[in-house]
Design a protein around this ligand. Structure first.
Ligand code: SF4
Length: 250
């Protein structure tokens, strides 16, 4: 899973709102997508300018980790340049991606961790959820990452309608021996059974359940922005996993 430093000294940057997928709960592919908060977003023109004149860290904080998200950051034509720039400044890069264009990425060697967005592991369900018949590409990307010995995390958002997919996704992660982050938004209307089903994954090895307030407006639904913004949220997730050892927290 993530290390403490990936939360305690980090910044989240939406590098593009473009994405090859069309997940049904997502507002980014709708005719008028909401703008993300100004501090978490950079336009291509601005990014190109600050990378060219080396003023990137005048605009954004100089922290140990950058979480790059979208849309899908791989859709940004400046991603390789940005990652190389950050790596040259000894900043760790965590990439939150659908994995669709990973095979063509030139700067993969400089990425510290890849978080692969996997909303379903059945080809038909994946197509139904994302509007893209490309689940094989996700598997290829995962194999490329494993071959390159990258740190990998799979993330899934548990909506009330997708809770029945979760056991298969868990099984898939187990088969590929990759950790799984299950995100659960309080803003979703889950039934009591569905809530209990999601939270029971806290006790499953190599699985982390994150209860977040809501997704970042104008960002990818699958990125738990709360988790990235607050080390306390991160600490809450860790305590949630091990709460059976802390009976006073019940
Ligand atoms: S939710 Fe994320 S992966 Fe899905 S379409 Fe939106 S940006 Fe792309």
């Amino acid at each position: 899973m993530f290390t403490f430093w990936e939360f305690a000294s980090q910044h989240t940057l939406v590098v593009t709102q473009s994405c090859p997928l069309r997940c049904y709960p997502c507002a980014l592919w709708k005719p008028t997508p909401p703008q993300p908060p100004a501090l978490s977003h950079v336009s291509p023109e601005r990014l190109s300018a600050v990378l060219r004149d080396h003023s990137f860290f005048n605009l954004f904080p100089n922290v140990r980790t950058y979480h790059l998200m979208g849309g899908d950051p791989l859709e940004s034509g400046l991603l390789d340049l940005l990652i190389t720039y950050l790596a040259a400044h000894r900043v760790r890069v965590v990439l939150w991606t659908t994995g669709m264009r990973l095979a063509t990425m030139a700067s993969l060697a400089h990425v510290y961790r890849v978080v692969l967005i996997v909303p379903a592991v059945d080809r038909d369900l994946y197509r139904e959820y994302t509007g893209w018949d490309g689940f094989e590409m996700v598997v290829d990307s995962l194999q490329t990452l494993k071959h390159a010995k990258k740190k990998i995390l799979i993330t899934t958002t548990a909506h009330p309608e997708t809770v029945p997919f979760l056991p298969d996704i868990r099984e898939w992660c187990w088969r590929y021996k990759v950790p799984w982050l299950l995100v659960f938004y309080r803003s979703d209307q889950h039934s009591r059974e569905s809530r209990e089903h999601v939270t029971h994954y806290r006790h499953v090895p190599n699985t982390w359940v994150m209860v977040a307030k809501s997704p970042l407006p104008g960002g990818c639904v699958h990125v738990p922005y709360d988790l990235l913004q607050s080390p306390w949220c991160w600490a809450g997730m860790i305590l949630g996993k091990y709460r059976r050892y802390f009976p006073f927290l019940r």
